[in-house]
Structures are given as C-alpha cells and as structure tokens.
Design a protein around this ligand. Structure first.
Ligand SMILES: Nc1ncnc2c1ncn2[C@@H]1O[C@H](COP(=O)(O)OP(=O)(O)OP(=O)(O)O)[C@@H](O)[C@H]1O
Ligand SMILES: O=C(O)C1=C[C@@H](O)[C@@H](O)[C@H](O)C1
Ligand SMILES: [Mg+2]
Length: 191
C-alpha cells in the first residue's frame, strides 16, 4: 500500500474517473467516494432529475456544497472521483488544489464520445450533437484540469486496469521525489 494523501481524480465525462477511482482505492486501501453519487444521495434524486428541476446552475450549487462538505468533514484516506464539470467554478478549483493530490485523467474527445455513448445519464450530452458538445467543453476545461492537477495520465489506449496501474506508479514516483526533497512538504491530506 502506498502511504499517500487523499487522491482526487478530475477529467472529462468518460475519462474513467469513477472506474479508475474505485480500482485505485482498492489497491491503496483507501475509501472511495464519487462526488456525483454524493450529490445524488444528498438530493435523494438522480443527476438528470436535478438538471431538469434546477437547471445546471442548481446542480453546480449542489456540487460545490458537496465538495466543501467533504473537505470540512475531516475525512482521511480517501480517493475522490469528481464530476467532469468540477473545475468550472473557481471556488472549486481553489478547494481541489488545497486538499488533495489531484490527478487529471486525460481522454481524447473521440474516446470520451465512445465511452459516454452507452449511457443516457449525462444531461449535458442529451441535447444537440454530443461530439460537438464534448469538443466545446474540452476546449474550455482542458486548461482548467491542467491548472489544478499535479499529475496527468493519458487513458486513451489503455484498459482501465492499465490506467489504474499508471496512476499508482505516477503517485508513487511523485511521493518518492517529494520525500527526497526536504523542502517539499505535501500538506494535502487534511480531509
Ligand atoms: N481506460 C478505459 N478504456 C475503456 N473504457 C473505459 C476506460 N475507462 C473507463 N471506461 C468506460 O467508460 C465509461 C465511462 O467511465 P466512467 O463512468 O468511469 O467515467 P467518468 O470519468 O466517471 O465520467 P463522468 O464525468 O460522466 O462521471 C464506462 O463504461 C467505463 O467502463
Ligand atoms: O461534465 C459535466 O459537466 C458533468 C459530468 C458528470 O460527471 C456530472 O457531474 C454531470 O452530468 C455534469
Ligand atoms: Mg463519474
């Protein structure tokens, strides 16, 4: 098991945050949370229902609330998979950068499209052309994912287990290099 801080996964819809988050939490002996699921549990309703009743703005308020609750709850030893739009609010980006080791799971628009095509649970992809939507979102969000992330992992040509192994290796390498630098303090395990 790697002695690591809380791990936060960011990236677009279909990057594999939920899938990979679960796998690495098992390998690291950490508890797994999926922020989309936390939001649904808090609301007692699913994400499509929240978007329908409260619009995207209502969903974003719930998302920020769920993220800050998580930070304040003083939970330790966790892997958190976020939703694809977590980086759109600057207050969320501030929280992410302060409270975990952030890993960006990169996926091309083509892979995002392929991986999201089998599910109708993503309201932003239900209207219009999903490829055009994913491309537009990616243009805006890719720099924001990079802004908050310490590590970036390519997922396109890798099976989920291989992606999980890459993430684990990258975390291990990062922590080892920090440990070897006496001036670098990883103060990122506070929830
Ligand atoms: N590396 C991969 N290769 C192939 N398929 C993958 C890979 N990672 C995830 N998938 C598949 O892609 C789909 C979407 O994955 P997942 O739900 O984990 O994405 P997500 O990043 O959590 O998306 P969202 O932001 O919408 O929550 C799932 O069917 C999953 O099995
Ligand atoms: O990319 C997004 O904005 C979203 C991604 C999903 O994880 C959910 O959080 C929701 O469907 C919105
Ligand atoms: Mg997810």
């Amino acid at each position: 098991m790697i002695n690591a801080p809380n791990i936060i996964l960011v990236g677009p819809m279909g990057a594999g945050k939920t899938t990979i988050g679960r796998l690495i939490s098992q390998s690291m002996g950490k508890e797994f949370y999926d922020l989309d699921k936390v939001i649904e549990d808090n609301a007692g309703a699913d994400i499509p229902w929240i978007f329908e009743r409260e619009g995207e703005e209502g969903f974003r308020k719930r998302e920020t609330q769920a993220l800050s609750n998580m930070v304040q709850s003083d939970t330790h030893n966790t892997v958190l998979a976020t939703g694809g739009g977590i980086v759109t609010r600057s207050e969320n980006r501030d929280i992410l950068q302060q409270d975990g080791l952030v890993v960006y799971l990169y996926a091309s628009v083509a892979q995002q499209l392929y991986r999201t095509s089998k599910s109708s649970h993503r309201p932003l992809l239900q209207a219009g052309d999903p490829k055009a939507t994913l491309k537009k979102l990616f243009e805006v969000r890719d720099p924001l994912y990079r802004e908050v992330a310490t590590l970036v992992i390519e997922t396109d040509a890798r099976h989920p287990k291989a992606v999980a192994n890459k993430v684990l290796e990258a975390i291990k390498r990062y922590l080892t290099s920090e440990d070897s630098n006496p001036n670098a303090h990883l103060n990122r395990g506070s929830w």
